[in-house]
Design a protein around this ligand. Structure first.
Ligand code: NAD
Length: 346
């Protein structure tokens, strides 16, 4: 397959294929940009149907990290990694050590952390052979609760802009994905008085959220048709696509998933339908913001910085409205400007 010419390649500095026969490790590490600092971004484990799918995923995620870190004002570049395989069967101590060795060979150009199917325990194993991991227990720890907090304040910003309201009482939110982030997000939303409609592949996760937060469970494919105020994608990417976009009744799309829009055109299509889209890499930056405090960890400082997502998003929404542009396009423009200037505060 052609890689350099892929739209998602976007001038990546480096893309590395790593393998280890003994442990079965097959990983791809993508370093999109180190302009603002070492590339930092999580590692995802997924049983991709094809290698091409894995390449596209890692490239899109990695570019997203460059924009996310820039927008959040962090001195970090963007990168991401994927380990190909089924998390239920391929995980082993030796595999994560082999992954750690692969990180050592990049000598700090890329620093890894948790993403889908990768836990703090997995990162701790890699950490026994490499210093180039972050989000470790005892320091900043699991980023998911902070990603959830950032997504929650981002939803509040979207509600403020779209409905001119400061509270979520009585609003109905459809949450797709009740994993590490989705669960904590449900907790915040329930406490804030929102009604929850949820879906997930995992029945245990569904039962827990239904029991604890009085959530209504719907089928995987029914989530798009719900009569809700906010659609909150918290599973995998590309759920806003040609076949779902006209089914979504929500006036706001705001969730933690990466790469929510299947294609760039969906940004404009949402605007044309009067749906306010909170750009994914802006609203889901809470975890990486928390990780940026890793070396001198302070939960209060991390929380305060995560809460800045509220204002960052309001600024994006206001600019988009004033300039009659889609919100994703405006966020991209701001992020590119920050990168070109060498960081947010320069
Ligand atoms: P997770 O693996 O813990 O949870 C994902 C959940 O989605 C699981 O419960 C899974 O069963 C469910 N799911 C998968 N496919 C589904 C489908 N088709 N329909 C409904 N549910 C489905 O992952 P996570 O850490 O909670 O991350 C969720 C999303 O947020 C991912 O896109 C991730 O890249 C993104 N994200 C996570 C973080 C973080 O701090 N963990 C930070 C930024 C972005």
């Amino acid at each position: 397959m052609a890689v350099f010419d892929q739209l998602d390649f976007d001038n990546h500095e480096q893309v590395v294929f790593c393998s280890d026969k003994e442990t079965g490790l097959k990983a791809i590490i993508a370093v999109h940009s180190t302009k603002l600092g070492p590339a930092v971004g999580g590692c995802r484990m997924w049983d991709y149907a094809t290698e091409g799918e894995a390449i596209t995923d890692v490239l899109r995620l990695s570019k997203g990290m460059t924009y996310k870190n820039a927008m959040a004002g962090l001195a970090m570049g963007g990168g991401k990694s994927v380990i190909i395989g089924d998390a239920k069967t391929i995980k082993s101590e030796a595999l994560f050590k082999a992954f750690g060795d692969a990180l050592n060979r990049l000598n700090g150009h890329y620093i890894s952390a948790e993403d889908v199917n990768i836990t703090t325990d997995d990162i701790a194993i890699a950490n026994t052979v490499t210093p180039f991991v972050t989000g470790t227990e005892g320091k900043s720890g699991n980023p998911a609760p902070f990603t959830a907090l950032g997504t929650f304040v981002g939803i509040k910003a979207a509600v403020k802009h779209k409905f001119q309201r400061d509270d979520l009482t009585g609003l109905t939110v459809a949450i797709q994905g009740l994993g590490s982030v989705g669960y904590y997000l449900c907790e915040h939303l329930h406490k804030a008085g929102a009604n929850l409609v949820v879906t997930d592949l995992n029945q245990t996760a569904l039962d827990k959220v239904a029991a604890q937060f009085d959530a209504k469970i719907v089928g995987l494919n029914e989530i798009y048709d719900q009569d809700v105020d906010i659609y909150c994608p918290c599973a995998l990417g590309a759920t806003v696509n040609d076949s779902t976009i006209d089914r979504i009744k929500a006036k706001i799309i705001a969730g933690c998933a990466n790469n929510q829009l299947a294609q760039e055109k969906h940004d404009l299509m949402l605007k044309e339908r009067g749906i306010l889209y909170a750009p994914d890499y802006v609203i889901n930056a809470g975890g990486i913001i928390n990780i940026s405090f890793e070396d001198d960890y302070n939960a209060d400082k991390a929380t305060a910085k995560v809460e800045e997502i509220y204002q960052t998003l309001l600024d994006v929404f206001t600019q988009a409205q004033l300039r009659n542009l889609p919100t994703g396009a405006v966020a991209d423009e701001i992020a590119r400007e920050i990168i070109a200037n060498g960081g947010k505060n320069k």
